[in-house]
Design a binder for this molecule. Structure first.
Ligand SMILES: C[S@@+](CC[C@H](N)C(=O)[O-])C[C@H]1O[C@@H](n2cnc3c(N)ncnc32)[C@H](O)[C@@H]1O
Ligand code: SF4
Length: 356
């Protein structure tokens, strides 16, 4: 879990992998997201995957995911991010992580943290772990259930004590915009970074918040980041999200992309793609469940399923997934973003300083 700066940045960092792919001038998927299970122990109100309704779907066995990972490694994938559903609910999660790690893949995970104390040893080979926090105690528990805020904070503290590389992830919605400053304070207090996402297109319109809500939250984040708060998302991606013309329009085509910022042309379906728990391939989480022509890896093989995610007419830019916009910027060597993530990698291995 711990490592040198070189290891942290060149092997463990998603961003470094994108840069490497670009430097080698090869279009291969460097990063694969796998939603490894539909099972989840929580029922979050905002969940884009409708996982609470799909929890009884059967999972693929570990041997199948290991086979897929081996094929992905052959295609160039060096980073796998495991989510779900709740990945800690997946039987054999440790076996899958260990096998992927043995192949030379850096494995990251998103979790709600509820089961972390039980599973911490089993997933010890993770390159990093990201816990979801939806706001202060009251707001987080309103989304995720009573007692969940304390459980996730305990999970984060345990993970830090055990030497995991940790950060948090917050999805900005209408009903938690008032807590973004709290979340940044919390991240600073815990000595970890925070990544902000705007809601995906599956989110019901009445939950996303008004344009003013979202712009207000983004302005606070951008200001706090300038003041030294540990915001993982790059300044350029946050500004892109702030300048998005209308938050009810979730994605844009090539013309929008040229008009808004050509450097934000999305790389999903090229450097990154995502597999759902039944192995269906999508360009990104926004399209999960409704991408025309999406193929299952178990029926069509990984390469064919990956190539089917490249339908450029579907969308070319969006505001929502700020980390995906960071991938786009890195792949175009956007200097500010490369520098921002190099600094984040450095901070990951330096002792935390309470500076703000
Ligand atoms: C689907 S969860 C899976 C991993 C794990 N169960 C968790 O909650 O962290 C991954 C991330 O997606 C976020 N998310 C859920 N619904 C979303 C939506 N409608 N729009 C954007 N992000 C969403 C969650 O808050 C979480 O941070
Ligand atoms: S814990 Fe994660 S997967 Fe489960 S319902 Fe909440 S956001 Fe969805």
């Amino acid at each position: 879990m711990r490592g040198s700066l070189a290891k942290t940045f060149m092997e463990g960092s998603v961003m470094a992998s994108i840069l490497k792919a670009r430097l080698l001038r090869r279009e291969y998927p460097a990063v694969l997201h796998i939603n490894i299970t539909h099972k989840c122990d929580l029922k979050c109100k905002h969940c884009y995957g409708s996982y609470p309704a799909r929890r009884s779907n059967p999972d693929l066995p570990p041997s199948e995911w290991i086979k897929i990972a081996r094929e992905a490694r052959g295609m160039g994938v060096r980073i796998i991010n495991l989510a779900g559903g709740e990945p800690l609910m997946y039987r054999g999660i440790g076996e899958v992580i260990d096998a992927m790690t043995d192949m030379g893949i850096a494995v990251h995970m998103n979790t709600n943290g509820d089961l972390f104390a039980k599973k911490a040893d089993e997933v010890k080979n993770l390159a990093s772990i990201c816990f979801s926090i939806d706001g202060d105690r009251e707001t987080h528990d309103a989304y995720r259930g009573k007692g969940q805020f304390d459980r996730v904070i305990n999970g984060i503290k345990l993970a830090k004590r055990m030497g995991y590389k940790v950060h948090i992830n917050t999805t900005i919605l209408g009903s938690n915009v008032h807590t973004v400053v709290y979340v940044m304070e919390l991240a600073w207090y815990l000595g970890i970074g925070v990544e902000f996402l705007l809601n995906f297109m599956q989110t019901p319109e009445d939950a996303i918040g008004t344009d003013w809500d979202l712009r207000g939250a983004l302005l606070k984040i951008i200001t706090a980041q300038k003041a030294g708060y540990p915001v993982f998302t790059s300044p350029k991606s946050l500004i892109h999200a702030l300048q998005w013309p209308d938050y009810k329009k979730r994605t844009g085509d090539l013309n929008d992309c040229k008009r808004i910022d050509p450097r934000m042309r999305c790389v999903a379906g090229r450097f990154i793609f995502i597999l759902d728990a039944d192995s269906t391939a999508y360009p990104c989480a926004q399209w999960m469940g409704h991408y025309p022509g999406a193929l299952k890896v178990t029926e069509h093989g990984l390469e064919k399923a990956y190539l089917a995610t490249r339908r450029e007419e579907m969308c070319q830019t969006c505001y929502a997934s700020t980390s995906f916009n960071d991938y786009a910027l890195l792949s175009r060597f956007h200097a500010g973003t490369v520098w921002h993530h190099a600094k984040q990698a450095l901070k990951g291995i330096m002792p935390h300083r309470r500076t703000p």
